[in-house]
Design a protein around this ligand. Structure first.
Ligand code: MLC
Length: 336
């Protein structure tokens, strides 16, 4: 029978003394290895691989749909950026995008992306993209591209010092441990965790402080986790890596707002807008540290900000998102 472990034991990486449980072998061995080239990321082969219907008109399909049964905002943003990037030349690089999520995306039908070539300048080029379902916009997005330019003005914050991904467990490994070592989990919690395990999220993550990440204890509204696209992407183009990063950047960002409020559970959360700035080159299929924090919440809304760090300490991108969060008090003693 599964023994009860302390929170710290459940979360710690133990490569030698802790025999892997059923289904754990392959993930714990492979989670830090680079992906083999034949295991291409579904983000590249499917999600961000838009079908061209006409000039500046594309169709995108879905891969993973969150339990809310509305389309994942990161998918819509990533696809919108793909559509925008197709209309700019190869010497232009995305440096920012600004999006409003105006309607919930319907997972039952594809999304159309209509690109408007707003402006082509000498340094900057701007595109507006409308994502459409059932004849109505679900997202409006503006993306701006720039030719590469050098400047003596260069600074950035310093990356937080955290454990390396090799010393941390993936979200799936953590869930397997909760299920194995926490026999007092409620049926609801157990069912929820099993559903999470069955999810095919095309992003791999390694929380730095799992108890905070999973809201097991109240914490300041700050979340740190390593993230990368699941599967191989390769050098590719920066355009593509920016689109993948836009996808990844919407993951677990808004939830940061909820971290101090363990006495409440959210019954409705949705991102209202999302802005992103790209600062340097990076590979979205290599581990990047996502540093998320929420400076403010009020009026059923919360603001979350995120920084994506390259492993070598270079700031790759910055994000800002506001979302609606409707909560109600937790009424039962939940173990998760
Ligand atoms: C946020 C919006 C719902 C707009 O809110 P509105 O309140 O104006 O919309 P609405 O009037 O249609 O109401 C939607 C639902 O909220 C309820 N509702 C509205 N106002 C309420 C209030 N004050 N108190 C309680 N409930 C309220 C309505 O009854 C309805 O419920 P009912 O439906 O029961 O009748 C919409 O802009 C939207 O869906 N945008 C898309 C958001 C999105 O999909 N983001 C990307 C995915 S989120 C993501 O990717 C990030 C993440 O998950 O972390």
């Amino acid at each position: 029978m599964a023994g009860r472990k302390t929170e710290e034991e459940v979360h710690s990486v133990s490569r030698s003394s802790d025999p892997p449980g059923p289904g754990e072998d392959s993930s714990s061995q492979s989670s830090d290895a680079p992906y083999p080239q034949d295991l291409r990321s579904v983000l590249v082969t499917s999600v961000l691989n838009l079908e061209e219907l006409d000039v500046d008109l594309y169709r995108g399909t879905h891969h993973w749909v969150p339990h809310t049964q509305r389309l994942f905002g990161g998918q819509i943003m990533g696809q919108a950026l793909v559509a925008a990037a197709k209309s700019v030349s190869d010497n232009l690089y995305a440096h920012s995008l600004h999006c409003y999520f105006v309607r919930a995306g319907d997972p039952k039908v594809p999304v159309l992306y209509q690109v408007d070539r707003t402006r082509d300048g000498r340094s900057f080029t701007v595109r507006s993209v409308k994502a459409i379902q059932h004849g109505q916009p679900i997202l409006i997005c503006q993306a701006s591209f720039q030719v590469l330019q050098t400047s003596p003005l260069q600074h950035q914050f310093t990356m937080p010092v955290v454990p390396q991904p090799e010393d941390l467990l993936t979200a799936e490994e953590l869930i397997q441990r909760y299920l194995r070592y926490k026999p007092d989990l409620t049926e609801n919690a157990r069912e929820g965790l099993n559903k999470l395990l069955a999810n095919e999220v095309p992003i791999e993550i390694k929380p730095v402080r799992p108890a905070h990440f999973h809201r097991l204890a109240p914490a300041e509204p700050k979340r740190l986790f390593w993230a990368r696209a699941r599967g191989y992407i390769g050098e590719g183009t920066m355009k593509l890596h920016c689109c993948v990063a836009a996808y990844v950047s919407d993951f677990a960002l808004l939830g940061t707002v909820l971290l101090p409020y363990s006495e409440y559970k959210a019954y409705f959360t949705a991102s209202l807008d999302h802005a992103m700035w790209f600062h340097s080159t990076f590979r979205s299929d290599e581990w990047m540290l996502y540093e998320c924090e929420s400076p403010w919440a009020g009026s059923s809304r919360g603001l979350a900000q995120g920084r994506l760090w390259r492993r070598d300490g270079v700031l790759a991108a910055t994000c800002s998102q506001e979302g609606v969060l409707r909560v109600k008090p937790v009424t039962h003693t939940s173990k998760l």
